[in-house]
Every structure is written in C-alpha cells, then in structure tokens.
Design a protein. Structure first.
Length: 402
C-alpha cells in the first residue's frame, strides 16, 4: 500500500511504498531544485542576449493600447549599432529611431502583428543617434506568460545597410544597362534603315556602269574599286541586319523538325559546291531524328557549318563531314558536326571563336560572321555550342538544343 507523509514543519511532501521506503520527495526541495534550474537557464539566456552580435531590444506591451511601447532592455550590440546608451534609450519608444525614409507600409505590418500577437519581420530605414541613416532587418517576437498572455515584445535587429546599398547599386546599373541597350538598339535600327536606301542606289549604279568603251586603265581601276567597295558595304549591312533580326526575335515560333528533311534541303542548295569539292557526308540521326527549333535557324546552322567545312578544307585530302545526333538523359538533343579540315589553333582562338568578324585563317572570302550567327541563333533559343579543334586534324562542333 502506498502512503503519504509530510516532513517536519510540512516543508516537504513525501510518498512511501508498502514497506515504508520513500518513493519520491516533492515540495520545498523540489521547488528549490526547479528554481535553481530556472535561474541557470535564465543566466544562460541572458549571456546569449548580452553577447549577441545582433541587436536585441525588449519592450512592454504598450503597443497594444497606445501603439507606443516603451523600451525596457537593450544589449551592447544595440548600443553599438545605434549610438544610444542604455541610460539614454530605456524608457523611450522605438519611434526615436525612425526617420522620414522609414517605410510606413512596413510599419503597418508591425501594427497588425502587435494586434494579432504574431511574429513579424520587416526591413526599414532607421537613424543612429548622430543622424546617420542605416537599414535594419527587424524581427519582433511576442513573449507570453504561463497563461498565454503577451507580456513583452523582443526585437532582433541586424544592420543590413551594405546589402541594401549593394542591391540599390545593382538595380541602378541594370536600369542604366537597359536604357543603353535600348538606345543602341534604336541607333542600330536607324543606322540600318538610313543606310539601306543609299547603298541600294549605289548597287544599282554599279550595275548600270558599262566599262566596255572605257580605255583609261586608271578609270577602270577606280570603277572596279568602287564596285567592290559598294558590294562589300552592302554585304556587311545585310549581315548586320540579319544579326539585329536574331537579337530582336527572342520569342520565335519553334516546331519539331526532322534533321534529315532540313539537311536534304541544305544539300540541294549546296549541291554544286559539295560535288565540285568531292565532299563526303556521313549522317546518323537514328538516336534523335527530330529537334524542336525554328526552321530558318536550323537551315542557317547547317549552311554555315557546311560552308565553313568546305572553305577551310585540308589541301591534301578530300573533305569528310560527319553529322550525328543523340538524346541526353535530361531530354536535350545534341548534334555533333565534325570535319577533317585544316582545324583551328584553339590557343589563339580561345574566347574569340564566336566573336563578330573573328577570323582565324587568311581566306579571302572569310568574313568572320558565320560562327557568330550560329552562336546567336542557338543561344537565342536557350541552347549552347562548343568547339573542339586541332590544327591539320579537323574541327568538331557540339551543339545542344534545349
């Protein structure tokens, strides 16, 4: 049988078993142990708060009635951040830290949190004692008693001025970049439009000039130079217009195209060159017969890669072109286009391979725009292109279509 007893002066309440053995002692001794544990816990919490690198501020619940709480405690980090000492700030309201730049919408979030007795986090502009403004990330947490009633509010604050200023500078630079980009785009359109008419007229004039009856050699040279310059200028303008179209049309309509169908059309367009240069083409589209892309882009990619392979063929052997497609595990389609041409010195071409007007050989008909166009077309649709090449061995283009 279990029995209960009280010790002398009733300071301790005990429980004994049927043999008279004490099972548990409660009461005053238990209260002392609990109180000491609580005191140790509070000292630990106080040490954490006092030594925290984040500002800690505790207020009463005046905000519920008057929306104007009073500061009861601040740690050293708060004094360091604001410049106010404990003696100067305790008893004051946190409003003392606000300034004309303090966002009222953010403060409204605090008021709502106070009324609902909820935690809240905001970022606002405050002022130090010396008037210097700073940005602070502020999180308030309600403190309740054993009855669940809010008795205090604790605010954890962190100076985020550097992050905010860096973000503002980033936004400023981005805005300037967008404005400059728009101005350059408008300039490009105006330039291409205004040059189109006079260059078209020059091309027409060149066609009208008859040189059969001209006997003066100097005049003939001048006319020939004039024609070459005009044709070159016309070609350059056409290239730039094509680039502008690619850069502008980022939302082009795409379709699921068959590699073989597009390649067949390109082969027909280039049939004379392929036959004349004895080009051998090896094709394997079995793993990935189709790709989602704009038709004109895929044609342009094939044409530029083929013409490059012919243009930069090796003088000691017939050109051999290998084209293979595959499907990646992530769903991407990969196209590998290889040739056995003269290759590219990748050390010299590093970082410039897809640059506009970048040329790595001395061919007279090389303009340095083909790879730039290919790169622009592929990246415009979210894809990528890589190059592997070795001098006198050949070049491989690895294209990934998203």
């Amino acid at each position: 049988m279990i029995s209960y007893f009280r010790t002398r002066h009733d300071r301790t309440f005990g429980i004994k078993d049927e043999n008279g053995n004490v099972i548990r002692m409660v009461g005053a001794m238990h209260d002392i142990t609990t109180r000491k544990e609580e005191e140790a816990r509070l000292k630990l919490m106080e040490s954490v708060i006092l030594n925290s690198t984040d500002s800690v501020l505790i207020t009463d619940t005046g905000s519920i009635k008057s929306n104007d709480p009073q500061i009861l405690f601040v740690n050293q980090a708060f004094e360091k951040m604001t410049g106010y000492s404990k003696e100067e700030i305790i008893g004051k309201t946190p409003r003392i830290l606000q300034n004309e730049d303090t966002d009222r919408k953010e403060l409204q979030k605090l008021i709502i949190a106070f009324k609902n007795c909820e935690s809240c986090e905001i970022t606002i502009s405050n002022s130090r004692k010396n008037g210097e403004k700073y940005w602070v990330n502020l999180r308030i947490i309600p403190i309740t008693n054993e009855m669940g009633t809010v008795t205090h509010w604790i605010a954890l604050e962190r100076d985020v001025t550097n992050q905010i200023e860096a973000e503002k500078e980033k936004e400023k630079l981005l805005k300037e970049l967008m404005e400059n980009n728009l101005e350059l785009k408008q300039f490009s359109y105006i330039t291409s439009h205004n040059l189109r008419a006079p260059i078209t007229n020059l091309v027409a004039i060149c066609k009208l000039i008859k040189t059969e009856k001209i006997t003066d050699d100097l005049t003939l040279k001048l006319i020939d130079g004039f024609k070459n310059t005009t044709n070159h200028l016309n070609g350059t303008l056409n290239d730039l217009i094509e680039i502008l179209i690619i850069k502008e049309n980022r939302n082009l309509q795409t379709n699921q195209l068959n590699f073989s169908d597009v390649l067949k059309k390109v082969n027909e367009l280039l049939s004379i060159s392929l036959l004349e240069m004895k080009v051998s083409v090896q094709v394997d589209f079995s793993e990935a017969p189709t790709v989602i892309i704009t038709n004109s882009y895929l044609e342009s990619i094939f044409i530029n890669l083929f013409t490059n392979a012919i243009k930069y063929r090796h003088p000691d052997r017939d050109p051999v072109i290998s084209i293979k497609s595959s499907k990646e595990l992530n769903g991407d389609t990969k196209l590998i286009f290889s040739d056995n041409g003269i290759g590219i010195n990748m050390t010299n071409a590093k970082g410039k391979i897809f640059g506009l007007y970048s040329r790595f050989h001395r061919n007279a008909d090389s303009k340095g725009i083909g790879l730039y166009l290919i790169h622009s077309q592929i990246t415009a649709l979210g894809g990528s292109i890589e190059v592997e090449s070795e001098v006198n061995i050949g070049t491989k283009f690895i294209i990934t279509f998203k």
